[in-house]
Design a protein around this ligand. Structure first.
Ligand code: PBG
Ligand code: ZN
Length: 335
């Protein structure tokens, strides 16, 4: 002991479970969780998605019974993804994205009616609704037409807001869409009550596979590399975050979360004055499940460690498919 410097002694500060908890700058709470759910246009459907363990696709009639036990256990927010399955539901411009009788609009209304306090977020993109599966309207050469895409994306966001959504979150990555949406919300007189969270730093890569299965949104040709960011592009992500703040974003999202913790930390730094969200995407969720099944680690431990990494890096809210199990099994109730 005499050899030891006083400043070398750390363990006294985290011997007790509570003093260990106090080490966190941000703790995982139920109110930080956003649960992503898939809604089909087939009202009575309830189908498990094989590549997303335990997760399903549901019609609007199955939604409230599914959500009720989660709400009873503390679910505060969902993000909705529409999955149009009907013949003819997809076209070149994704015109059905916000149809009045489409799955997302019906789901917003049903959820707000059953659970008025729920914070309902809507992913805003066209890829689930376009015949080509890309995230906007295309030019003749197959590239995204920014002006047309922004117009459609903004109109879609406004329709969701009018239906009662609390938050619209564009994930399409067209340049200029945040400004177009913000203006649209203001013109529709809902700009004061609808939050705009931009998927500002959204990277292309291999981690969206199970989602594209679930949503039926894989592109029919090419890939998304010319609009989603290259995974090496830390600087591009910083530029996108600054840009989207300047265009009126009320919150910034980083996606995927786990492989981009540096970007999450950058986001916290650059966008100091807005909440930072991150999305633990389908591939991350499936990967943790697969490894747990192989006996690499315990599922709950790994899931909570992964989420703590995101909080440490700077996240205020986390979109994760683990929300269901966390709430139903009381993972946050014990301590
Ligand atoms: C739509 C969208 C995607 C995800 C969220 N919004 C798919 C994609 O960009 O291909 C991915 C979410 C996940 O993988 O869990 N643009
Ligand atoms: Zn998309």
């Amino acid at each position: 002991m005499s050899e030891t410097q006083i400043s070398s002694i750390l363990q006294g500060g985290y011997h007790h479970p509570l003093s260990r908890q106090w080490q966190a700058e941000r703790q995982l709470t139920k109110s930080a969780l956003v649960y992503p759910i898939f809604i089909t246009d087939n009202p009575d459907e309830e189908t498990l998605i094989p590549s997303l363990p335990g997760q399903g696709r549901r019609g609007v009639n199955k939604l409230i019974p599914f959500l009720t036990p989660l709400v009873e256990r503390g679910l505060r927010s969902v993000i909705l993804f529409g999955v149009p399955l009907a013949d003819g539901a997809k076209d070149e411009t994704g015109s059905q994205a916000s149809a009045a009788d489409g799955p997302v609009v019906l789901a917003i209304k049903a959820i707000k009616k059953a659970f008025p306090k729920m914070f309902v977020m809507c992913d805003v993109c066209l890829c689930e609704y376009t015949s080509h599966g890309h995230c906007g309207v295309l030019n003749a050469d197959g590239t995204l037409n920014q002006a047309e895409s922004c117009k459609r994306i903004a109109a879609t966001a406004v329709d969701y807001a009018r239906a009662g959504a609390d938050c619209v979150a564009p994930s399409d990555m067209n340049d200029g869409r945040v400004l177009a949406i913000k203006k649209g919300l203001l013109e529709a007189d809902v700009g004061h009550k609808v939050m705009l969270i931009s998927y500002a730093a959204k990277f292309s890569g291999c981690l969206y596979g199970p989602f594209r299965d679930a949503a039926g949104s894989a592109p029919s040709f090419g890939d998304r590399k010319c609009y989603q960011l290259p995974s090496t592009g830390r600087g591009l992500a910083r530029r996108a975050i600054r840009r989207d703040l300047g265009e009126g974003a009320d919150g910034i999202m980083v996606k995927p979360a786990g492989w981009f913790l540096d970007v999450l930390s950058d986001a916290k730094d650059i966008a100091k004055d807005v909440p930072i969200s991150c999305y633990q995407v389908s591939g991350e969720f499936a990967m943790i499940h697969a490894a747990a099944e192989k006996g690499v680690f315990d599922l709950k431990t790994a899931a909570l460690e992964s989420l703590n990494g995101m909080l440490r890096a700077g996240a205020n809210t986390i979109l994760t498919y683990f929300t269901e199990q966390i709430l139903l099994e009381g993972w946050l109730d014990e301590e």
